[in-house]
Design a protein around this ligand. Structure first.
Ligand code: GLC
Length: 507
């Protein structure tokens, strides 16, 4: 705690009896909490999934609360050119990776009061994709180790090292093992956030020393089902664990959701919490979004009607004002609930609705939706692509947004859809449960529709209910308004992180 004597700034006022009696005012200033967020992707620099949105927008909200916030990421070859050419070089050093020493360049970019550091090693990160290589374990061991090395080169030791997902899990492990004896590191508390427990980073026991540079005595701590599991290691060594919604924090205690890690999650139960993600409400705003056909607000939806008609034209769907457009924007992978959609798609299409699907993913789903889109021309349009501009046009033109995930740690699309007045239809799981309140006929309130069990019939019933409710213009308008005005900003969640950081710092 630092004491700042502000007496020199004190002006003598008329109420002060004599100059000498004015006591110097001593203002106690708490030093800012310093936090380093560690992860593998962040918008607007590089993105493959929701993790990037969080690492791009959460730090900005934390900085607005006057925390010292920095983020550290790998410097990928695929980073947006506009940023890549404007990085500032800081230094370079060598990083031990198992028995090797690898070059690491350190750069930074300052954005909205947040310093983003980038760790450069072209051999590891100048590749076509971010993940999916035989040596991913080595790449992220390098990254994690380089994060800790960066601290000593900058002489910057944050109060909190906040690591995200398996790619940053080893940073937590290193802090409490390799670096445990170094005094400068001893004050650092670690928080590990699970964005998706499906991806854990699993490697053979044999990699412990050669690849990860750890003493074999740590095998038991990282061991899971006969191999090393990096996420499990982070669960063991971190001071606290969080995940991206309270419901998901409960769910991952059970085998149904924990993808084999339920025992480790249960062991960490006393240091586990859920903090729901926010979205960047400035970026996702129908009032200002330049990609949509006409801007609109919750109070004046006339622009949304234009967006719908233009979307229908663009996608060769009949321009029909009174037929609800149901959209899905999703990675086409199993946990997004696509098998439910497949089971009843023809029955959904037999309703008076239009369906729009945008996404890429497993070839099997891509082929299926592309085929059905040909068969049901004028009712269903599937675009097999990842297209940010088109996604804004779809969010703004759609009436309903389907997200029937089998599991969903948080989910961001349902919040974005709600903000654009595309009423979410979700399965009540994880963050979908925590952000969408099903419409309640008696209370005439709710910001969406929801079903409980992972079951196609249940989903179909709710889609039918939503399509029916859509016909009742007055009721539907109320749901749209509630969806659009629900507070999905980071404000509340950033405060929860701040409280957690403070608690950890003072523990
Ligand atoms: C992962 C999860 C998703 C979550 C995102 C950001 O992508 O699957 O549900 O919204 O991380 O936390």
């Amino acid at each position: 705690m630092s004491e700042v004597n502000k007496s020199s700034n004190l002006k003598t006022t008329k109420t002060a009896k004599t100059k000498s009696r004015v006591k110097p005012i001593t203002v106690t200033v708490e030093p800012k909490i310093s936090v380093l967020l560690v992860g593998s992707e962040a918008t607007p620099f590089i993105k493959t999934g929701g993790l990037a949105d969080v690492l791009g927008s959460l730090p900005v909200s934390l900085a607005e609360k006057d925390l010292d916030v920095r983020v550290i990421l790998p410097l990928y070859g695929g980073m947006e050119e506009g940023f890549k050419n404007h990085l500032t070089y800081v230094t370079n050093f060598n990083v031990p990776v198992g028995w090797r020493n690898q070059y690491c360049g350190l750069f930074y970019y300052k954005r909205k009061n947040v310093t983003f550091y980038f760790l450069d090693n072209e051999y590891y990160f100048k590749r076509e994709n971010l993940y999916g290589y035989y040596d991913d374990g080595e790449r992220f061991a390098f990254f994690s180790r380089a994060v800790l090395e960066t601290m000593s080169h900058l002489e910057y030791y944050p109060d909190i090292m906040h690591c995200h997902d398996w790619q940053a899990a080893l940073a937590v492990v290193y802090l409490k093992t390799v670096y445990a004896d170094r005094p400068a590191y001893q004050g650092i508390k670690s928080l590990f956030t699970i964005h998706n427990i499906e991806y854990q980073g699993r490697y053979p026991h044999d990699d412990i020393t050669d690849l990860f540079g750890l003493d074999p005595k740590y095998i038991p701590a990282l061991d899971y089902s006969g191999g090393l599991n990096l996420m499990k290691g982070a669960l063991v060594f971190s001071d606290y664990v969080s995940t991206v919604s309270s419901s998901y924090a409960d769910e991952i205690l059970s085998s149904e959701y924990a993808c084999g890690l339920e025992y480790a999650v249960n062991d960490a139960k006393n240091k586990l919490c859920g903090i729901v993600n926010g979205i960047d409400v400035k970026a996702f705003n129908p009032e200002t979004d330049g990609a949509i056909f006409k801007n609109y607000t919750a109070d004046d939806l006339s622009g949304k009607e234009v967006c719908k008609a233009e979307l229908q034209k663009l996608l060769n769907l009949p321009v029909k004002k009174d037929v609800p457009v149901i959209a899905m924007i999703s990675r086409l992978v199993p946990h997004k609930g696509l098998d439910l959609v497949r089971q009843v798609l023809e029955r959904i299409l037999s309703l008076d609705v239009q369906v729009v699907i945008l996404g890429k993913g497993d070839v099997e789903y891509e082929n299926y939706f592309a085929y059905m889109s040909e068969v049901y021309k004028g009712k269903l349009k599937a675009i097999i692509a990842y297209n940010k501009d088109l996604s804004s046009k779809i969010y703004s033109g759609a009436d309903l947004f389907l997200m029937p995930s089998r599991s969903e740690p948080c989910g961001l699309s349902q919040m974005i859809a709600a903000r654009y007045g595309a009423v979410p239809i979700v399965r009540r799981t994880g963050g979908l449960r925590d952000t969408i309140t099903p419409y309640n006929e008696t209370k005439v309130s709710g910001n969406g529709f929801a079903f409980n069990d992972y079951n196609a019939e249940g989903m179909l019933r709710v889609i039918e209910e939503a399509a029916e409710t859509y016909k009742d213009k007055e009721t539907f308008a109320k749901i749209v308004k509630e969806a659009m005005t629900t507070d999905f900003s980071w404000k509340k969640s950033a405060s929860e992180y701040e409280k957690l950081y403070l608690k950890l710092k003072n523990d």
